[in-house]
Design a protein around this ligand. Structure first.
Ligand code: ADP
Length: 604
């Protein structure tokens, strides 16, 4: 759809790891100071890792070998002091890095969430909720490890590796040369590991998303699943994805299981070699026992960093895969964008649908074509037609939930694409069949329509739709909490909340999707009254599921097969004897308004 993408830059999905990490780096900018301090602490800590074994060497060569108790005491005292300060430094460093890591993730979550809130309906048509939830949870978590432990490992291991190599070479070039034997197997294993791990970790991330999406479907749809006794089938479906997730994780573990022992064996082999060669050298008097001990204690400083690098590499792959997904999300253009220079919308105005065609997605079938229609300010228009004809789609276009694929929609002469979104939402309000209720009080649920409305204004809106008394009669009045999915309110009461939202906004145009099912007798009259109240003095476009609603409208538009088949007043259309007349007479034969009240909708 709209929103151009620069085709010369690769999509985040294909970005090489380093490029992804480089793009993530600026997010750390606010934490520069803390990162620098943590780095300093890491360097100090690395220093203590080398100084400790050096003290042991000193203790053996100067203290034990020469029987100098003073030197021995001094060396051991220094060793203990070094290890104690290492403890304090390590603690501070972990705390510091947690603050950086958690802060980074907190910022990233808000960025992603904010972008998701701005993305429009076409985006949500294309993406599953579970996959989006996994972006925010498991993909963000994959970065957590990297930022918190990975960063520390990268620096401390790198430093340790370099410093240890230098110090060991100085201590005994011959012994150090022996260690080079380990280089070929380590390089071979590392290259193999690196090649496979990117693939494996992208698979893990993808599978986490799919599994979460199944999970989400199973939870949201549990009422339907249980109603049709499909539990076993759903469990099976979930288990299939979960098995794939298991396989992906096992694949990752296999990779580790191959790699880590190779490095470990290289370490063990080298140690054995050093002890053997060291023994000869000590016997020939070319080196000291202290030096050999120092070597053995410090050799782990060579192999541990390599092992840690592999872990780090894992984390980078995992985080890189997560970040690619997150950047992909952050880069998703908004399909229904707001232009920089917006034209002010008049308070009232006609709606003109000018030769509109529409398809969901770029490859989808044409849902509407050649629809042209003008609706005068204050007119009441009923949209009628078979299910799937495109009535709701047309209503969604009029409310600019989507932009038309061809043609335009104007309000008071202004193309909706040029209007400021916030103002547009004040002029045109959609009341869906079943409004979504948030897990908060009735008062707040109405107030979401206009955040700055006072309590009195909310009460007034409720009064205008005749719902105030009913809600005030509840034990906690308007403060009554509505739980998830609004299951504490009846269907009619939920609609009253939706209608009160619309009343609070006081729009020029009301787009109503008439409920297909009958409400409970207690609230049906209330809701009908509320609708009548709300419609007064506004342009109303109602998706009519009952022909009695169409009968009361100024004009009826019959939508069939994505086209505007008929347009005129009820009487005219009945007289014309076309599609609408046929619908109407079969509806009359079936009992007309009585039938509608008893059971199913007339034409949807
Ligand atoms: P009506 O309101 O007349 O029942 P709709 O406008 O809801 O019809 O649907 C018209 C057609 O568009 C149907 O074929 C439907 O499957 C398709 N459709 C509706 N919503 C979407 C969507 N979000 N993504 C893809 N196709 C959709």
């Amino acid at each position: 759809m709209s929103g151009s993408k620069d085709l010369t830059t690769p999509a985040p999905e294909q970005l090489p790891l380093l490029a992804v990490l480089r793009r993530g780096l600026p997010l750390l900018r606010p934490y520069r100071g803390k990162v620098a301090m943590a780095m300093g602490l890491i360097c100090l800590w690395t220093g203590t890792n080398l100084a400790g074994p050096w003290m042991i060497k000193y203790a053996i060569d100067r203290g034990i070998q020469t029987d100098d108790s003073m030197a021995l005491n001094l060396a051991i005292g220094a060793y203990v002091a070094i290890k104690l300060s290492a403890y304090v430094i390590h603690r501070a460093q972990i705390l510091m890095l947690s603050q950086v890591g958690e802060g980074f993730l907190r910022d990233l979550r808000v960025r992603v969430f904010a972008h998701m809130q701005r993305l429009s309906m076409p985006f949500y048509d294309r993406h599953k909720v579970g996959v989006l939830v996994s972006r925010m949870t498991s993909d963000v978590d994959s970065l957590q490890e990297l930022v918190q432990t990975g960063l520390m490992m990268l620096i401390s291991s790198g430093l340790l590796l370099v410093l240890s190599t230098i110090v060991l070479t100085i201590a005994s070039p011959v012994l150090m040369a022996m260690c080079l034997v380990a280089v070929p197997p380590v390089v071979w294993a590392s290259v193999r590991f690196a090649r496979r791990s990117r693939l494996v970790y992208t698979r893990v991330r993808d599978q986490v998303a799919t599994t979460l999406s199944r999970l989400q479907e199973g939870i949201v749809g549990v009422r339907v699943i249980q109603a049709f006794a499909r539990e076993q089938h759903e469990v099976q479906r979930f288990a299939e994805e979960n098995d794939k997730l298991y396989d992906a994780h096992i694949e990752a573990s296999k990779l580790q299981a191959f790699y880590l022992p190779v490095i470990e064996m290289a370490g063990v082999g080298t140690t054995a070699l050093v002890v053997l060669a060291g023994g000869f050298l000590v016997a020939r008097g070319t080196t000291t026992i202290g030096t050999v001990t120092f070597f053995i204690l410090t050799l782990s400083n060579l192999f541990e960093p390599i092992q840690q690098f592999s872990q780090l590499f894992n984390q980078m792959q995992s985080a890189g895969a997560g970040m690619r997904k997150l950047f992909g999300l952050l880069d998703t253009p908004i399909d229904v964008p707001e232009h920089q220079s917006t034209t002010p919308l008049p308070k009232r105005g006609d709606i003109e649908v000018v030769d509109v065609s529409f398809r969901y997605g770029e490859q989808g079938d044409m849902i509407l074509s050649g629809v042209a229609l003008s609706i005068a300010s204050g007119e009441r228009l009923a949209l009628v037609g078979p299910t799937g004809a495109g009535k709701s789609t047309l209503a969604k276009l009029i409310a600019r939930m989507y932009d038309p694929s061809g043609g335009s929609i104007r309000f008071g002469g202004v193309d909706l694409r040029d209007a400021k979104t916030a103002t547009l939402r004040q002029r045109i309000v959609v009341v869906p069949q079943e409004g979504f209720l948030f897990n908060t009080s009735i008062l707040e649920n109405v107030r979401i329509a206009r955040g700055d409305a006072s309590d009195d204004e909310v009460s007034e809106a409720l009064a205008r739709v005749g719902a105030l008394e009913r809600f005030q009669a509840l034990p906690e009045g308007l403060q009554t909490m509505v739980d998830e999915r609004g299951s504490r309110l009846s269907a009619g009461e939920k609609q009253l909340v939706s209608l009160a939202r619309a009343a609070l906004v006081d729009p020029a145009v009301l787009v109503l999707d008439e409920a297909t099912s009958n409400l409970d007798p207690g609230t049906e009259r209330l809701v009908e009254h509320a609708m009548a109240q709300l419609m007064g003095g506004r342009t109303v476009i109602v998706i009519a599921h009952r022909l009695s609603t169409a009968q009361q409208a100024d004009r009826v538009a019959v939508v069939a097969d994505g086209r505007l088949a008929e347009l005129g007043s009820h009487d005219d259309l009945v007289e014309q004897g076309g599609h609408y007349a046929a619908l109407f007479s079969s509806w009359r034969r079936a009992g007309g308004p009585e039938a509608a009240r008893r059971a199913a909708p007339a034409c949807s």
